[in-house]
Design a protein around this ligand. Structure first.
Ligand code: SF4
Length: 511
């Protein structure tokens, strides 16, 4: 519908001879999926939501021609007590702090000049003209940025390891193989602000001594791939990629590699194999990619959101970044909020925001006034956090302490109607499907777990099965080769910990 809406606006602007007064700018995602398709008309900032193609006629004839805002079509919270509110005052955006998503929904991602107008490539220019590579790395360390792809490893340290690794050739890679069900953080950045990733990767190349970058992005994201390619071509054309960038002796080029949709290729060693053109299967670490990565050369691998923070950290300084968040988790985090929640969408909140604030203030609470039961964070391998912990500030360590994890930022809300045994089965079913089969604990163990869960759910289980399930889950966590297997049992373990009564009800009631 958005494309049809765009077309209709263009048609009517032409027809009404408004070409000198009005221009249609295509942007990336605004984050508030629930309210889409969204159109914002400036200078008033009128936030029109859930538009249909026929609404465009009304907006053009009333707003653009007569200067009258069509209040009936405004997003419900953006028009209150007869007054139009700023977009930043509506509940969904009020507690957000958009750094990685700063340009998404603001600029046209296919026009490099718009990125440049919002300080784009200034950080790269500053780094190349004023800073030594080791100063860039120190700045990153001072900021406290941790990798946003899952593990939360300190980004500055990873850059340092790669810079110090021996190698005649080094690479910088970006993990954009977003495979978690319901997650679309990377996609949104690549679709809405692809230049930020290019700029950050060039900065990383300078800092670690690499002249070549790869973005590994899943083929199921055609718009992201297309816009990224457009952005790479534009950057090359303007001399911002390629030989002697900004007239310095630093050269950096990059290319896209497409993933074929295997979840395991998000694991860094499997991703590297896939970039090399081999089957995407994890290999044991060490050696880590910083020492032996793509084509056995030292490789810096970060994910899209990690890179999306870099230019702003350079421009605003590490102290600014470190002032946001909690003691050990600095900055903001992007989450894909879904499940039983009113404001489905993409949000970026400061670390330390509580789960309650994310779910009720930003997310708008549970539909139908139902009771909140649990939230699953961290994608299919995350754990389910019950209502008793809803006031927990979100950061890497708190989520791990609760048996879950940050992961790349999935946040799925469950209400009183959800059966937690079914939820655990759903996620385990996904990881069973996606196991690459290389190691026995994950390949066979997760299948056996799923069989046990099926048996329990069908009312054929016994209390002893619950103990066996727990023991097997812990064994798989300890004995699997890569992160997929090591975390796959999390949804089962966390629901066994927090919702044992529901498992017992299945065991007792249905026998
Ligand atoms: Fe493959 Fe699973 Fe073993 Fe990872 S843990 S290597 S996904 S079988």
């Amino acid at each position: 519908d958005s494309l049809k809406i765009e077309e209709r606006f263009k048609e009517l602007i032409e027809k009404n001879d408004l070409k000198d007064e009005a221009k249609v700018v295509k942007t990336g995602c605004f984050g508030l999926c629930e309210a889409g398709p969204i159109v914002i008309v400036y200078p008033e900032g009128a936030f029109y939501s859930q538009l249909k193609v026929e609404d465009v006629d009304t907006i053009v004839s009333e707003h653009l021609v007569k200067g009258r805002i069509v209040t009936d079509l405004l997003y419900k919270e953006s028009y209150q007590e007869g007054e139009m509110q700023s977009i930043n005052d509506v509940g969904f955006y009020k507690k957000q702090e958009r750094v990685a998503l700063g340009n998404c929904g603001v600029i046209n991602p296919e026009v490099i000049e718009e990125y440049i107008a919002y300080d784009g490539y200034e950080a790269l220019g500053r780094v190349l003209s004023d800073m030594k590579p080791e100063e860039v790395i120190q700045l990153l360390k001072d900021s406290g940025l941790r990798g946003r792809g899952g593990g939360g490893f300190p980004a500055g340290l990873k850059w340092d390891f790669t810079a110090k690794a021996e190698g005649d050739q080094k690479y910088v890679a970006c993990n954009a193989d977003e495979g978690d069900p319901g997650a679309f953080m990377d996609r949104s950045v690549l679709e809405g602000d692809p230049h930020v990733v290019i700029e950050a990767m060039a900065i990383a190349g300078y800092a670690v001594g690499a002249d070549k970058g790869y973005v590994y992005v899943r083929a199921e994201y055609p718009i992201a791939v297309n816009r990224l390619q457009i952005a790479i071509d534009q950057a090359k054309e303007m001399g911002l990629l390629g030989e002697n960038i900004f007239g310095t002796d630093f050269s950096f080029d990059m290319e896209i590699r497409l993933g074929a949709g295997a979840f395991v290729c998000g694991e860094e060693t499997a991703l590297i194999k896939s970039i090399e053109g081999k089957r995407g299967m994890p290999v044991p670490r060490p050696p880590f990619p910083a020492v032996k990565g793509i084509f056995d050369k030292p490789t810096l691998l970060n994910n899209v959101e990690t890179y999306a923070n870099i230019p702003q950290i350079i421009l605003r300084g590490p102290e600014w970044f470190a002032s946001i968040g909690t003691e050990k988790s600095k900055g903001t985090k992007v989450f894909a909020l879904g499940g039983k929640i009113n404001n489905t969408g993409l949000l970026e909140i400061p670390m330390g925001t509580t789960l309650r604030e994310a779910i009720y203030d930003v997310g708008g609470g549970i539909p139908g006034g139902k009771e909140f039961k649990a939230v699953q964070t961290g994608g299919p391998s995350g754990g389910c956090i019950p209502a008793a912990h809803i006031d927990t500030p979100i950061d890497y360590d708190n989520l791990i302490e609760l048996g879950s994890m940050m992961g790349s930022g999935g946040m799925i809300v469950m209400d009183e109607d959800n059966c937690m045994v079914d939820i655990a089965r759903f996620f385990l079913d996904f990881t069973v499907e996606e196991s690459c089969g290389k190691c026995t604990p994950c390949r066979d163990g997760t299948k056996r777990m799923l069989e046990m869960l099926d048996k329990i759910a069908e009312g054929k289980g016994t209390p002893a099965d619950l103990d066996k399930l727990k023991t097997l889950a812990k064994t798989i966590k300890n004995a699997s080769l890569c992160g997929l297997g090591q975390t796959a049992p999390n949804p089962v373990l966390s629901t066994l910990d927090y919702f044992m009564d529901e498992y017992e009800a299945h065991v007792h009631d249905k026998r």
